[in-house]
Design a binder for this molecule. Structure first.
Ligand code: ADP
Length: 297
């Protein structure tokens, strides 16, 4: 089984002609409210592919918290680990202009109140999980506690988003660490030189301690790196409509397939197909494919 530990947000989206400057008010489109947050997205993506998935997260005792619980349950996610209360549900206020550029304000809310104690209290979920997948939209000390709570033989997958420097204890547990180009640069900090290729990033990241590394490259596919070397994951050509959530779909699919015993290269090849399918539709959770849709790609 797969356990996702992470964030759950309501994404509040308004289309505008022009994003407002300081002190300015602009009128926009009708409000659209979508369930989001990287943890919630990954759990829905995995469940839709057929993975037995549980989510450990925190939402507020409010309408957005109920929206998030409903979308998890509709996808078939086990929500026994979704804690309620302590702060309002996390919210992302998003304005999008006609060129597609956006401005986003995130209120972490209840995500910031998911504590190490919450992780310790969820021991039975950890015991039932072969793979545990996490991101960085929850407190770092909570991520550290996730690493310490892994059941023997279970595998830790981390997408360090939003990226920040990671403690060695967390880096060393990653199998794999999954980064896009931006996240790779932040995690590498001064270790990346101008002219380095994504293959170089993967090797330098691997030398920092993770057991394996995956670098995602958008339409160009991905790279996997482990003690066996660095290899390319074939890209899948699709007509991209909206890349929101592609990374979450990729990570969820990879974590799911690693749990079924596939090799990193096999799981990444499947994940690339899932990521590609997700960019052919608008939105995040709405765009995640079923296994039938992946097979038909
Ligand atoms: P993120 O959303 O985290 O920035 P990427 O954009 O690298 O991550 O996308 C994750 C994965 O989704 C890629 O490695 C690739 O497999 C797939 N993907 C993303 N964009 C496309 C695209 N335009 N065409 C085909 N596959 C894509």
């Amino acid at each position: 089984d797969l356990l996702v530990v992470g964030s759950a947000n309501a994404d509040l989206v308004i289309g505008v002609e022009r994003r407002p400057a300081a002190g300015e008010t602009v009128l926009g489109s009708d409000l659209a409210v979508h369930p989001g947050g990287k943890g919630a997205n990954q759990a829905v993506a995995a469940a839709r592919l057929g993975a037995r998935t549980a989510l450990l997260a925190r939402v507020g005792d409010d309408a957005y918290g109920r929206l998030l619980l409903d979308s998890q349950r509709a996808a078939g996610v086990d929500t026994v680990g979704v804690l309620v209360g302590g702060a309002p549900t996390g919210v992302a206020l998003i304005t999008v202009d006609p060129s597609g550029d956006n401005s986003i304000v995130v209120s972490p809310g209840a995500n910031g109140r998911l504590t190490p104690e919450d992780v310790r209290a969820a021991g039975s979920l950890f015991h039932a999980s072969r793979v545990v997948s996490t991101q960085l939209e929850i407190p770092l000390e909570t991520v550290v506690e996730v690493v310490r709570s892994l059941a023997p033989g279970s595998r830790f997958v981390l997408n360090p988003s939003p990226p920040r420097p990671l403690p060695q204890e967390v880096l060393a547990a990653c199998d794999p660490l999954i980064v896009n180009e931006h996240e790779a640069k932040v995690i590498l900090g001064g270790a990346a030189a101008v002219g380095d290729t994504p293959e170089d990033w993967a090797r330098i990241l691997l030398a920092k301690g993770p057991r394996s590394v995956v670098v995602t490259l958008g339409a160009r596919g991905a790279l996997v790196a482990s003690a066996e070397g660095v290899s390319r994951v074939p890209s899948v050509t699709v007509r991209a409509v909206d890349t929101t959530g592609a990374g979450d779909a990729f990570t969820a699919a990879l974590a799911f397939r690693l749990g079924t015993g596939e090799s990193l290269a096999e799981a990444a090849a499947y994940a690339a197909r899932v990521g590609a399918a997700a960019v052919t539709k608008e939105g995040a959770q709405e765009s995640f494919p079923t296994s039938e849709e992946v097979a038909a790609l």
